[in-house]
Design a protein around this ligand. Structure first.
Ligand SMILES: NC(=O)c1ccc[n+]([C@@H]2O[C@H](COP(=O)([O-])OP(=O)(O)OC[C@H]3O[C@@H](n4cnc5c(N)ncnc54)[C@H](O)[C@@H]3O)[C@@H](O)[C@H]2O)c1
Length: 368
């Protein structure tokens, strides 16, 4: 066991300080005995606004200046996807613990390199899966753990946007920078939620298809002030669908879209089918109320339970768990393997879509 560094406040640097980076700053600042001491982002207008808003002493344009500071214990990464690996590697090599935004990396090879670096450095590496912290997910997780659903043999995870391409023409829609479209961006959240609720079954095969039927024509660019089009470059999918088989015989259907002619505006959810009961989380336009239904039998009659749930903690819960791991000193069990498993599955889905066949995870098995 390592000794934790909890004798002094843990000092944090955040790299990339747009929407996600600011959620990280707020989540670290919400914890006791933690200081956010530096940020790095080449956008000087943004760093200037963020240092003022959150009272952060140091700002850099180059993340190397942040990760080489001796007084920083933790680096939080919230850059575009293609920079997660280079920033995380630099931070780990400088002895920092790393919390990176989802998806873990833009490619499987990068995710493997990150895990290897965490092992070599003897530091914690963890990926932000904030939707798992929702109140409805936490209640359903506890319910499933009681065994009341029996064996969960099939599940669905979907995140469907009618019109929600994040910044058409920016890094999100450029495969070299993002690693993919809605599957790696939104689908990874639902994959995480389903695997978490199903108690991490081991994947054997995936079969997937991806489409670009509407988005590259500009249909489905995000409206209003959310994330406006910055151009027209689009070489990722606008819809992905995948069928995932697990070693225990259970299965998962995963679907994600940024742009589709369909009923959902921006809806996500998970459905679980168990041998003793079922459950559904359905989130419409990021709602937090009345999202969970549990299907059971009461005295032989089909019944529906609608638990009253709280909003949950999002990034604050992610950061609290991350800090608890650091304080525990049990770092070697937390070197990014959970994020790597999700990256392997997403990577296999994209391969399956390109090759038009089912892919066995064993064929991609990493040595890590
Ligand atoms: N967990 C969630 O709910 C959630 C939500 C949104 C985004 N994200 C993830 O967070 C990450 C960032 O997303 P975003 O929406 O904030 O993106 P964004 O494009 O709004 O912001 C990216 C920021 O990174 C900065 N950046 C670019 N190059 C950099 C470099 N070399 N060094 C430091 N900073 C650099 C940009 O200037 C910008 O400020 C992505 O990986 C995304 O998938 C997660």
């Amino acid at each position: 066991m390592q000794t934790s560094q909890n004798h002094h406040p843990l000092r944090v640097g955040v790299v990339g300080v747009s929407w996600a980076g600011q959620r990280a700053i707020e989540a670290f600042q919400a914890q006791p005995n933690v200081e956010v001491v530096a940020i790095a982002d080449p956008d000087e207008t943004r760093t200037s606004a963020v240092t003022t808003k959150y009272q952060i002493p140091y700002a850099y344009a180059d993340y190397n200046d942040l990760v080489t500071r001796d007084d920083i214990d933790i680096v939080s990464v919230a850059t575009p996807n293609f920079l997660h690996a280079p920033v995380a590697l630099a931070a780990l090599q400088n002895g920092k613990h790393v919390l990176t935004e989802k998806p873990m990396a833009g490619s499987l090879a990068e995710a493997e390199a990150m895990v290897q670096a965490a092992i070599s450095a003897g530091r914690v590496l963890r990926v932000v899966f904030n939707h798992r912290q929702r109140g409805d997910v936490q209640v359903l997780k506890r319910y499933a753990e009681t065994g009341a659903l029996g064996r969960i043999y099939h599940a669905k995870g979907t995140w469907m946007r009618r019109s929600g391409i994040p910044g058409l023409g920016g890094w999100f829609t450029d495969k070299a920078k993002s690693g993919g479209g809605p599957l790696i961006d939104l689908g990874v959240h639902m994959l995480d939620m389903a695997l978490h609720l199903m108690d991490e079954p081991e994947v054997t095969t995936v079969s997937a298809a991806t489409y670009d039927e509407v988005a590259s024509r500009g249909v489905g660019a995000w409206e209003g002030s959310r994330r406006l089009a910055q151009g027209s470059h689009f070489d990722v999918e606008d819809l992905a669908t995948a069928f995932i088989r697990f070693q225990d015989g259970s299965t998962l259907l995963l679907e994600a879209s940024w742009a589709i002619y369909g009923r959902s505006w921006d809806d996500f959810g998970v459905t679980l089918y168990g041998s003793e009961g079922g459950a559904e989380i359905k989130v419409v336009n990021y709602s937090y109320e009345d999202t969970l239904r549990i299907f059971t039998d009461t005295a032989g009659a089909p019944s529906v339970i609608a638990p009253r749930v709280t909003k949950g903690e999002g990034h604050i819960g992610v950061v609290r768990e991350f800090l608890a791991i650091i304080h525990s000193g049990e770092w070697s069990a937390h070197v990014g393997r959970e994020g790597l498993r999700r990256t392997q599955i997403i990577d296999a889905c994209y391969r399956s879509a390109v090759e038009g066949r089912e892919i066995a995870l064993a064929d991609l098995a990493s040595q890590i």
